[in-house]
Design a protein around this ligand. Structure first.
Ligand SMILES: O=P(O)(O)OC[C@H]1O[C@H](OP(=O)(O)OP(=O)(O)O)[C@H](O)[C@@H]1O
Length: 384
């Protein structure tokens, strides 16, 4: 038995492709054709006013590294809206079969990163963690957690993803732990956690398993005293009623007992709307499905130039293009051979030159760029 997972070697070798690319290679070779082309990855041809966040560039770079081609791309963490986010120049047969994986890397990661940015901007001053790895195939957990960080989230829960991206996972405690100790024995569970888990781990007591949130929170502060850092309320939807009122009440009761130091952390079906509604009464949030289940961006790769001449299928714009950010946050698309807007900065930078990677990657830099660029372009979350 093995998992139904396409192995990394198949992606690197180009086997992870659609069959029609293999047949295209066969046909072009048979016909003695291998034209020099420019091909561009775009979501929209013209700007639409709706920005999305680019992620997945590191994996795209690894995919294309070593091929005898030149690649330019927007930096990871850039907001895009119309025109190319990545451009390839080379002999078509040298990269044709990589289209499938290239688009997959960019589309999925950008969708997740955009959703994370929506959550980030909905609660800019709160701690927001990615909790949604459980909703997706485990083979893409590192992509989800990395993209969540690119979108500005503060952390994530998946251990193995942390190993891949070089960051430590965080988290609290599940209801399963409380249930293992039995109803009425929540104190024993919180106490055992406090005694057992490494000191570096914040003491966050889950306080909604069997009884009322207020009751469990007061019992948690009685049991753990100064050891208690936070309480987590994951109140299930069927019991939630007015969640904001519940949270305000918990804050009141903590403050009344001089426990302003105890933070309130919320989770369970939260998205940007809920975060905006709760951000002034809670200290942090765990966001799952809104981020992990985001729709992929609908990227396409299209040939736009053949042997130096403009060429494109119907519906696509021919010619090698560039994209620019103007001082007022505008996003402009133009032919690369023509001058851009006078106050515009080109967003496409070299990524690969004749197969050699000419860029380094930093999650921190990408997240900083995303937050700055979101402010500049006035990024708004997509309609639900
Ligand atoms: O709801 P989402 O935004 O997608 O976030 C993920 C959810 O997964 C966990 O709950 P779950 O009920 O699976 O586990 P738990 O009972 O151990 O908290 C966590 O507590 C969140 O509520």
């Amino acid at each position: 038995m093995s998992f139904d997972v396409v192995p990394p070697e198949a992606i690197e070798s180009g086997r992870a492709t659609d069959a029609y690319f293999e047949r295209t290679e066969t046909t072009l070779e048979f016909a003695g054709k291998n034209p020099r082309v420019v091909a561009e990855v775009t979501a929209d041809q013209f700007p639409t006013g709706e920005f999305e966040l680019l992620a997945g560039v590191k994996d795209a770079a690894h995919l294309l590294e070593g091929l005898p081609i030149d690649v330019d791309a927007m930096p990871e963490g850039s907001l895009f809206d119309g025109g190319p986010v990545l451009r390839i120049e080379g002999d078509y047969r040298d990269f044709a079969r990589y289209e499938t994986s290239l688009l997959g890397f960019l589309s999925h990661a950008s969708g997740v990163a955009t959703a994370a940015l929506e959550a980030r901007r909905a609660a800019p001053d709160s701690q927001v963690l990615s909790f949604g790895a459980r909703h997706v195939h485990p083979s893409i957990a590192a992509m989800v957690e990395r993209s969540a960080l690119v979108g500005g989230l503060d952390g994530f829960s998946h251990l193995a993803a942390g190993d891949v991206i070089g960051r430590e996972a965080g988290g609290t405690m599940p209801h399963a732990l409380l249930i293992c100790f039995g109803r009425g024995n929540q104190e024993a569970a919180w106490r055992a956690y406090d005694d057992a888990v490494d000191e570096s781990v914040p003491r966050v007591a889950l306080c909604d398993t069997y009884s009322d949130e207020k009751d469990e929170v007061l019992r948690a502060i009685d049991e753990l005293g100064d050891d208690l850092d936070s309480v987590r309320l994951d109140t299930t939807g069927s019991r939630r009623g007015d969640f904001r009122h519940i949270v305000r009440e918990i804050r009141w009761e903590l403050d009344a007992r001089d426990r302003r130091d105890v933070d309130i952390f919320l989770s369970g079906g939260l998205g940007p709307t809920e975060l905006r509604n709760l951000r002034d009464v809670a200290d942090g949030f765990g966001v799952g499905s809104h981020v992990s289940n985001a729709d992929p961006v609908d990227f396409a790769l299209d040939i736009v130039e053949v042997e130096g001449e403009p060429a494109a299928k119907r519906g696509k714009l021919s010619g090698k293009k560039d994209v620019y950010r103007t001082r007022d946050g505008g996003h402009h698309v133009g032919l690369a051979a023509r001058p851009g807007p006078t106050d515009g900065t080109s967003l496409l930078d070299p990524l690969i030159r004749d197969g050699e990677l000419v860029r380094t990657f930093s999650i921190e830099d990408a997240a900083d760029r995303a937050l700055d660029d979101a402010e500049r372009v006035g990024f708004r979350e997509r309609a639900e």
